[in-house]
Design a binder for this molecule. Structure first.
Ligand code: G3H
Ligand code: 13P
Ligand code: NA
Ligand code: ZN
Length: 310
């Protein structure tokens, strides 16, 4: 059924694993992810960004998720708004039947972030919807904002406690060195998340679910596939899988993945175009792309998130 993340996060917290939150933009992406969740018996968060709503139109995405639930009534799926930038979009998604929304006030001052988050929490909770907020700033490219590395600020642990107390949010996205997109770390660097900071935040907020954005591994196999078949993704680099797995032991209950879906889809389509240049039937290249997403997500669920059979 369609559920909130409340129970999911409680179990994930206690079990030391994380639930995958995957960005969805079309039918093939949803089908690939849902097949992996069904096969591995995993809880699932499907998240929709403002850009996704604009691309597919809100009603299509909602109906595609409903279709997934008709096909797999045994699955627990949360429908979540990713990076809601103001009250209006959060309200629209709550009114549309989303079970969870993110209000991203991370670009605002501490006080303004609290104020906006509180307003969304009040509206959401009155309607049985849960709220993810964000404190601290990730580097990288988001929907509209491009946060440069210098503007990125790791989450302050004491502020996190005050923020959660004052807003009543249900989960909190924190900045500990991840970033959005395919270029998270310098090519010659040894990528490191600030796990020590995570431990401090988590110790100060016992039992409280934390969220990791920008958590794609930027799967090298798919980067290579893109590049082999005419793409140009120079020096792409993501989060090492063992560090993601470790973060789930310290309160991270939700791990956001979008870039890896894009890479699996694009790499496979490029490969198909190259292998069969005379084909112009979209099903012939979208089916293997959907299959690649399925395989990639299944691997994440079992080996990175640890949410299989849960
Ligand atoms: O955080 C950003 C997500 O990857 C969604 O990206 O806003 O281009 O849909 P998007
Ligand atoms: P990636 O770009 O690492 O996949 O992050 C996705 C994300 O955080 C969506 O909110
Ligand atoms: Na953000
Ligand atoms: Zn994000």
């Amino acid at each position: 059924p369609l559920v909130t993340t409340k129970e999911m996060f409680k179990k994930a917290y206690e079990g030391g694993y994380a639930v995958g939150a995957f960005n969805v933009n079309n039918m093939e992406i949803i089908q690939g992810i849902v097949k992996a969740a069904a096969e591995t018996k995993s809880p699932l968060i499907l998240q929709v960004s403002a850009g996704a709503r604009k691309y597919a139109s809100p009603v299509y995405l909602k109906k595609l998720v409903e279709a997934a639930l008709i096909e797999h009534p045994e699955l627990d799926i949360a429908l979540h708004l990713d990076h809601g930038e103001d009250f209006e979009i959060c309200k629209a998604c709550i009114d549309d039947g989303f079970t969870s929304v993110m209000v991203d006030g991370s670009h605002l001052s501490f006080e303004e972030n609290i104020e906006l988050t509180k307003k969304v929490v009040e509206y959401a909770h009155a309607r049985g919807v849960v709220v993810e907020a964000e404190l601290g700033r990730l580097a990288g490219i988001e929907d509209a904002v491009n946060v440069s590395a210098e503007d990125a600020t790791y989450t302050d642990p004491k502020q996190a406690v005050e923020f959660v107390e004052k807003t009543g949010c249900d989960s909190l996205a924190i900045a500990i060195g991840t970033s959005h997109g395919a270029y998270k770390f310098a090519a010659d660097s040894d990528p490191k998340l600030d796990i020590e900071r995570l431990k401090v935040i988590s110790d100060l907020l016992p039992g409280f679910p934390l969220v990791l954005h920008g958590a794609s591994s930027v799967v090298p196999e798919y980067v290579a596939m893109c590049n082999e078949y005419g793409g140009k993704l120079v020096d792409a680099k993501g989060c090492p899988e063992p560090q993601l797995r470790e973060s789930a032991k310290y309160g991270i209950c939700k791990i956001n993945i979008d870039s890896d879906l894009r890479l699996a889809l694009t790499g496979t389509i490029r490969q198909q175009f190259s292998k069969d240049p005379s084909n112009f039937d979209p099903r012939k290249y979208l089916a293997p792309a959907r299959e690649a997403i399925y395989g990639m997500v299944k691997h994440k669920m079992i080996n990175v998130l640890g949410c299989d059979q849960k």
